[in-house]
Design a protein around this ligand. Structure first.
Ligand code: AMP
Length: 543
C-alpha cells in the first residue's frame, strides 16, 4: 500500500463551533427558555460561552474522558454544554428525563457522571434522586441568579454564576478523533438501558452526511427548529449539522404543543424542522382548529415511529410542506434512511409518490443495510421478502458502554431489532419489530418490565404486553392476562396495581383477559402472532 500524503487533522466536534463562529458568527440561536421569554444569541456568543464553560468545568476538576450529564430541554445553554464538554475531551451524557426515576438512577450511576446539569423543571426530581446519585459531585442548575430556586441539592451551582467570572480564552485541545464525545442510553432493547458512546469522528462524519441534499439538506439559508430532544440521539445530529451548514437554530424549550410550535415556526421563519409523529399530529390539530398556514416551512422530517400516510398527504397537499420520512436508531447516531424521491419518480401521480414516501426511506451513504431470514441468509431486495434488518457503518455502534462484548456479529453487522423489506431502489420499509418494546410518542416502553410487574398481582397467572396502534401516540400498551383459576381481575384493579411500579405514561391503555397465550417451542411468548391478532384492536383511549 502507498500511504496518502494528506493532512491527518482529527475530526473533532470543537471544529464545528469554531467554524460556525468564524463563518457564521452572527447567525442566530433562538430559544424559548425554560424561564419563559424568548432568548436570542449567536454562534459567536455561544462559542465564547462554551469556552468560558470549558474553563469552569476544568476548575471543577473535569478531566478528559469524565462524564458530564444533562437533564435538560432544548435550549441555548444545553447547546453550550454540548460543545464545552465534548470540546474539552470529556463526554456529554444526555439523560432522558421522561424515564422512570429508578432508570435515571441506574443510568447516572452506570455512566458514573461527575457533574449533572439540570433545568429548573427537574429540580424536584433530582432532589428526590440525589441520595442515590453517588458519582455526582456537583449539580448545576441551568438558569441565572434571579431564577435560582431554593433547593435541597447540596452545593448546587447556578449556571450563569458558574461561567460569569471565567475567561473566554480556551484553546480546544487536539486529540484522537476516536475519543468518546457523548453518551446516550437507549431502552430500545430488553433489560436495563444500554449506553451508546459516540466518538468525535462518528459525529463529524454523521454531520457531513446529515447536510447532504437528500438527507436533511441543511444550508446557511435555513432556519432549523429542533423539536426532537437533545436527549434523543443528539437530537438526530442537528446541534452539530446546523453549525456545519451555518443554519440558524431555534430551540423550543419544553413547550411542544401545537400552538407553541406554530408560534416559533412563524416568528423565526423556520424552513426546516424534525421530530416524532406525535408532535406533528398536535401541530396539525392546531392548524386545523385555527385555520393557520405554514408559509415559511419547506421541509419537515418525521421519524422515531412510522410517519402515517395521512400526515404526509396533509403536509404536502394542504400546507405545501415536503414531508421526509426518516428512520434511524440511537445506536446509529441516529440517521439511517430518508424517504426522498429520485428523478424517475418526478412524473408519478402524487398518490404513487406518497406510496414511496410512506416507506422509511433509502439508505444514506455510510449506512450499509441488509435483511436476513431466520437462517441468517441474506434475502432479496424485492420489496416483498422481509427479515431482520442489519446495518454497518462508521457512525453505528460497535459495542455498548461498559459491556465487555461486541454489539455486532463477526462481520461487523449490527442487528437493529427491526423487521423490514428492501426494494430494488434501496427503499426500506419496516414491517414489524423483533425487540420487545413499544414506542409511545417517541419514547420506549419495555413490555417485559410491564409483564414482570403484572405477574406480581395475585390474580395473574401469565401476562403479555403488546403495542397496539394509537392515533396520537403511535403505539400504546395492551395487557393480555391469563388469570389464575377462578379469578377475574378487572382492568382498573390491574392498572392500579401497576401505578407505583412503572412511570405513569407506561400504564396499559387496556387489559384483556384470555384463556391462554401462544408460545414458541422454547416457551417464549409468540408476540408476532398476538400483534397480528390484535392489530385492529381499538383502545378505549383511541377516541
Ligand atoms: P431510538 O433508538 O429510540 O431512536 O429508536 C429506534 C427505533 O425506533 C428503530 O429501531 C425503530 O424500531 C423505531 N423507528 C425509528 N424510526 C422509525 C420509523 N420512521 N418508522 C418506524 N419505526 C421507526
Amino acid at each position: 500500500m502507498l500511504r496518502g500524503l494528506m493532512q491527518g487533522r482529527p475530526l473533532l466536534i470543537s471544529s464545528l463551533i469554531e467554524y460556525a463562529d468564524a463563518y457564521h458568527g452572527d447567525t442566530e440561536i433562538v430559544t424559548r427558555t425554560v424561564e419563559g421569554p424568548i432568548h436570542r444569541t449567536t454562534y459567536r456568543a455561544a462559542h465564547r460561552r462554551a469556552r468560558q464553560l470549558a474553563n469552569a468545568l476544568g476548575r471543577l476538576g473535569v478531566k478528559p474522558g469524565d462524564r458530564v450529564a444533562t437533564l435538560a430541554w432544548n435550549t441555548y445553554r444545553h447547546f453550550e454544554i454540548y460543545y464545552a464538554v465534548s470540546g474539552m475531551g470529556a463526554v456529554c451524557h444526555t439523560v432522558n428525563p421522561r424515564l422512570f426515576p429508578p432508570q435515571i438512577d441506574y443510568i447516572v450511576n452506570h455512566a458514573a457522571d461527575r457533574i449533572l446539569f439540570l433545568d429548573l423543571t427537574f429540580v424536584d426530581l433530582v432532589e428526590k434522586l440525589a441520595p442515590a446519585l453517588a458519582s455526582v459531585e456537583r449539580f448545576v442548575i441551568m438558569t441565572d441568579r434571579a431564577h435560582m430556586p431554593k433547593t435541597a441539592l447540596e452545593g448546587a451551582l447556578c449556571y450563569e454564576d458558574l461561567i460569569a467570572g471565567e475567561s473566554d480564552a480556551f484553546a480546544w485541545p487536539l486529540f484522537d478523533e476516536m475519543t468518546a464525545s457523548s453518551l446516550c442510553y437507549t431502552s430500545g432493547t430488553t433489560g436495563n438501558p444500554k449506553g451508546v458512546l459516540y466518538a468525535h469522528r462518528s459525529t463529524l462524519l454523521h454531520s457531513y452526511a446529515a447536510c447532504m441534499t437528500d438527507v436533511l439538506g441543511l444550508s446557511a439559508r435555513d432556519s432549523v427548529l429542533v423539536i426532537v430532544p437533545l436527549f434523543h440521539a443528539n437530537a438526530w445530529g442537528l446541534p452539530y449539522a446546523a453549525p456545519l451548514a451555518g443554519a440558524k437554530l431555534v430551540f423550543p424549550g419544553y413547550k411542544l404543543d401545537g400552538q407553541s410550535v406554530h408560534e416559533l415556526l412563524e416568528a423565526e421563519k423556520v424552513t426546516f424542522t424534525a421530530g416524532v409523529p406525535t408532535v406533528w399530529l398536535m401541530l396539525l390539530e392546531h392548524l386545523a382548529k385555527t385555520g393557520a398556514a405554514l408559509p415559511h416551512l419547506e421541509r419537515l422530517v418525521c421519524g422515531g415511529s412510522a410517519m402515517p400516510r395521512a400526515m404526509i398527504e396533509t403536509f404536502e397537499t394542504k400546507y405545501d410542506v415536503r414531508s421526509i420520512h426518516a428512520w434511524g436508531m440511537t445506536e446509529m447516531s441516529p440517521l439511517g434512511t430518508l424517504g426522498t424521491l429520485k428523478a424517475k419518480h418526478a412524473g408519478l401521480a402524487k398518490d404513487r409518490q406518497i406510496d414511496i414516501q410512506v416507506k422509511q426511506g433509502r439508505g444514506v451513504f455510510g449506512v450499509e443495510m441488509k435483511i436476513v431470514g431466520d437462517d441468517k441468509n441474506e434475502l432479496p431486495h424485492d420489496g416483498k421478502a422481509f427479515g431482520d434488518l442489519l446495518v454497518r457503518g462508521p457512525w453505528i455502534c460497535s459495542a455498548y458502554f461498559r459491556e465487555n462484548k461486541p454489539a455486532v456479529d463477526a462481520d461487523g453487522w449490527f442487528a437493529t431489532g427491526d423487521v423490514a423489506t428492501l426494494d430494488a431502489d434501496g427503499y426500506m420499509q419496516i414491517t414489524d419489530r423483533s425487540k420487545d418494546v413499544i414506542k409511545s410518542g417517541g419514547e420506549w416502553i419495555s413490555s417485559i418490565d410491564l409483564e414482570n410487574a403484572a405477574v406480581g398481582h395475585p390474580k395473574v397467572k401469565e401476562a403479555c404486553v403488546i403495542g397496539v396502534r394509537h392515533p396520537k401516540w403511535d403505539e400504546r400498551p395492551l395487557l393480555l392476562v391469563v388469570p389464575v383459576e377462578g379469578a377475574a381481575p378487572t382492568r382498573d384493579e390491574l392498572v392500579d396495581y401497576l401505578r407505583d411500579k412503572v412511570v405513569k405514561w407506561w400504564l396499559p391503555d387496556d387489559v384483556v383477559l384470555v384463556k391462554e397465550l401462544p408460545h414458541t417451542a422454547t416457551g417464549k411468548l409468540l408476540k408476532a402472532k398476538l400483534r397480528e391478532e390484535y392489530k385492529d384492536y381499538v383502545l378505549p383511549t383511541a377516541g
